[in-house]
Design a protein around this ligand. Sequence first.
Ligand SMILES: [Zn+2]
Length: 314
Amino acid sequence: MKNFLVLFVLLFSSFSVMADDFFAGFSADKINSSVYVIHGPREMPNAKNRGFMNNPAFIIADKSVVIVDPGSSHQVGTMLLREIKKVTDKPVSHIFNTHAHGDHWLANEVIQQSYPSVKIIADPRMIKKAKAGDAQSWVDNMISMTDGATKGTKIAYPDTAVEDGKQLKLAGLTFNIHSVGIAHSDTDIMIEYVEGSTFFTGDNVGYLRILRMSDGNFRDTIKAMDRAISLKKKHYVPGHGPSGDIKLPQLQREYLNVLYSQVEKFYEEGLEDFEMKAKIEAKLSKFKGWAGFSEELGKHISLAKLEVEKAEFE
Ligand SMILES: [Zn+2]
């Protein structure tokens, strides 16, 4: 019995060390003098990555901190608070949620626990969708996809709605809100942080990661890319994958535009999805090494074809 107990204690403590070790392996990258990003894994949520796959970011203002997309779970939010505390003792005053997909915002609650007066900002469509049941499905899906690694995550909805064209002065800093139609999810905002020349794209841009389009629209996301490119910011922080410069929205635009225009052309020629696939794959060969390319390409072609068909009646 005693041996069993020792074994149990050993097993339990090694499991907790494992759990701690996973998040201990990440730290925030400094993008410029005031912007930090924890670049998450690029795979879909699973037990190994504990559902962590996005890019939680924070901006240090004079008296407080502004967060963009705190992440998918209580555990990711706890890591984010740890990284903020390494840099500053200032409180968190605001959180932006870029869209309704739960991998970006389910960590709101753990931030709110530490900073009860925090304001949480999102597109009104995002708030509506989250409250209509989407948030709870995300919580449940995350638990099942990660074998329970995200347990303990609770929902804290955004409380402040912002739309395209809105300028916000938060904590002494200037943020312009950009939202272009349906784009990636029909709930998106992109956030331009003016003083830091930094553009947070949400999932309108992925870098080295092909993103899902099942809630989105190709032509609107291309327009969103035109907007992101026209602003000529120094830094672009994508929803998934490493941060970088203007080449990030340019590459995203290229992928979407080649895919959509090729589908349009082959649709006119009367080709079926499976006949288009090899031809389009060859045109997109530079994206072949990106995470999710082989899983998403067929789905993107089918979705783009539906969009082309629908556009004929517009
Ligand atoms: Zn998304």
